[in-house]
Design a protein around this ligand. Structure first.
Ligand SMILES: *[C@@H]1O[C@H](CO)[C@@H](O)[C@H](O)[C@H]1NC(C)=O
Ligand SMILES: *[C@@H]1O[C@H](CO)[C@@H](O)[C@H](O)[C@H]1NC(C)=O
Ligand SMILES: *[C@@H]1O[C@H](CO)[C@@H](O)[C@H](O)[C@H]1NC(C)=O
Length: 493
């Protein structure tokens, strides 16, 4: 129990003074507890680390949540699916266990709240999403929800929950991944007042609209009920989110935790290519209007555009100002493609594919989208196929609040210091290429994010892995962060 070491480059342990005189310090704690003093007021590293709640129970809960799936053999929980409803019930139980008052709003978001002595103070929101991608990992989203609940449970356990200087609310968002309705952030966007009523008419693969799905689950599903979900910016102090990095940077730096400077903006397109369907054996090569080959050329072109954006864009005089160092974080992906009729002996008549373009700078991203569109129409023209480009989703880049980031950084720094024997470097600061609920929440309030390292940078995969000790570290950061919002006069007596 005393010394825990991992395979990772960071070794956790309690301070050496405790390890050397365990019986004395245990006796001391018992004595102090017997005298009615709070154990954590003693300068004793071990008692501030709360491994039972922040590590062991949190890890167990992450595993428990990962078993709730709509699919057999892999993890999938989409907006208001039956697994999502079950997961919400479990999250509600855990929130109550942490002493929080719970409710579910009209978009299926689960809330757990603790009030403050000061009834006019603005609320600190902490959240992440409860939905998953298809064949998901178990930490994406869940980690942030469970760490937050665990940190508040520690406050309840040590009697600080009712001494909060501002209300604290944990939110488990109902949709971030957008798998079911092809649109991200349904839950957090509704709370931030960013979801238009027209979105309720979006339908899934089976033709069910968001409105239908809400009604099936006994929500109102009306324009008015959507408005009820929105929070008043005046009532909110800030939003923080813990999330796995989903990339390899923290691991490569040997750091369990990182502070997020900002989140890349993104554009999602759907490209439709219509050619001339025909017999694979009879139409000569020079007489084809093959939608599949056209799509292939478009995709390869997109890759080189995003690998060497300066080449493509400096050819054009008006864009001559682009420098090599621009396009920071630019990444482009075609992840979904379908063809009709999809038979080996038929020249495809139609191909649809998706495009995902992300960059830190919104102007850079805009320039890439414009250039890609130009290339699409040119290539399709040359190949005599008809192409259309549909804009499915746009999100501007988000810059995290410097004060919140500084507070998170301090909390992360003291966490790493307490858990590690080594003198730590600065807590790394990085950008996020992945979108998060914090993007939507930034329209409501200032936001801050903490990243937790994951093995090999792997995410959106069953191989996604965060070590038990890193889960613990994440919970401790939130606990230290929350400590800054506990009334000071309660600490000493
Ligand atoms: C209560 O919160 C309000 C709003 O943030 C603040 O102006 C006021 O100073 C707080 N009162 C106390 C006693 O902290
Ligand atoms: C492209 O669209 C034009 C105008 O709608 C149509 O006449 C033509 O047949 C289409 N070509 C293909 C290959 O679908
Ligand atoms: C492409 O998308 C359109 C709707 O935008 C759909 O009608 C068509 O069936 C799709 N084609 C393929 C091959 O998936």
């Amino acid at each position: 129990m005393a010394v825990v070491s991992g395979k990772s480059s960071l070794f956790y342990s309690v301070p050496a003074k405790n390890a050397s005189v365990p019986s004395l310090s245990i006796a001391l704690i018992l004595l102090l507890v017997a005298e009615g003093l709070e154990a954590e007021s003693v300068d004793d590293g071990r008692n501030q680390l709360f491994a039972g709640i922040l590590r062991d129970e949190a890890v167990e809960r992450i595993n428990q949540l990962a078993k709730i799936s709509d699919a057999d053999g892999y993890l999938e929980r989409t907006f208001l699916s039956s697994a999502s409803v079950k997961a919400a019930q479990l999250i509600i139980e855990w929130m109550r266990d942490a002493g929080l008052r719970t409710w579910v709003d009209q978009m299926g978001n689960v809330h757990g709240r603790s009030e403050a002595l000061n009834t006019t103070a603005e609320t600190l929101l902490i959240g992440s999403h409860a939905d998953t991608v298809v064949d998901a990992g178990k930490f994406d989203g869940s980690l942030g929800i469970i760490c937050a609940i665990s940190a508040l449970k520690v406050l309840k356990t040590n009697g600080k929950l009712h001494k909060l200087s501002r209300p604290v609310e944990v939110i488990a968002f109902s949709d971030e991944e957008g798998v079911r309705f092809q649109s991200t952030f349904l839950g957090s966007a509704a709370i931030a007042g960013q979801l238009p009523a027209s979105a309720l008419r979006t339908s899934d693969k089976n033709g069910a609209t968001i409105q239908d799905v809400l009604k099936e689950n006994s929500f109102e599903g009306s324009d008015a009920s959507l408005l009820q979900v929105k929070y008043d910016p005046e009532s909110v102090w800030g939003y923080i989110e813990v999330h796995i990095e989903q990339g390899p940077v923290l691991e490569s730096l040997g750091s369990p935790l990182g502070i997020v400077k900002g989140i890349a903006g993104q554009t999602r397109l759907k490209v439709k290519v219509s050619g001339s369907q025909g017999h694979a054996g009879t139409v000569p090569m020079l007489m084809r209007q093959d939608s599949m080959v056209a799509a292939a050329e478009l995709i390869v072109n997109l890759e080189s555009l995003c690998k060497y954006p300066d080449r493509a864009l400096t050819y054009k005089e008006q864009c001559g100002s682009y420098k090599k160092e621009s396009f920071s974080g630019l990444v482009c992906t075609v992840g979904e493609i379908s063809s009709w009729p999809g038979a080996s002996n038929v020249i495809p008549g139609q191909v649809n594919f998706t495009v995902d373009i992300r960059a830190m700078d919104d102007d850079d991203r805009g320039a890439i989208v414009t250039e890609f569109s130009r290339q699409v129409y040119q290539i399709c023209d040359n190949r005599m196929v008809n192409c259309t480009i549909e804009h499915k989703h746009t999100a501007e880049a988000v810059h995290c609040d410097s004060e919140l980031s500084q507070q998170l950084k301090q909390a992360a720094h003291s966490t790493v210091k307490k858990m590690s024997r080594k003198i730590q470097d600065e807590v790394p600061v990085l950008m996020s290429g992945a979108g998060h609920d914090a993007m939507a929440m930034s329209h409501l309030t200032k936001v801050g994010m903490l990243f937790v390292r994951c093995r090999g940078g792997v995410s959106h995969s069953p191989d996604e892995y965060v070590s038990d000790n890193d889960v613990w570290a994440a919970g401790l950061v939130l606990l230290h962060f929350l400590d800054q919002h506990v009334s000071g006069d309660c600490m000493s007596s």
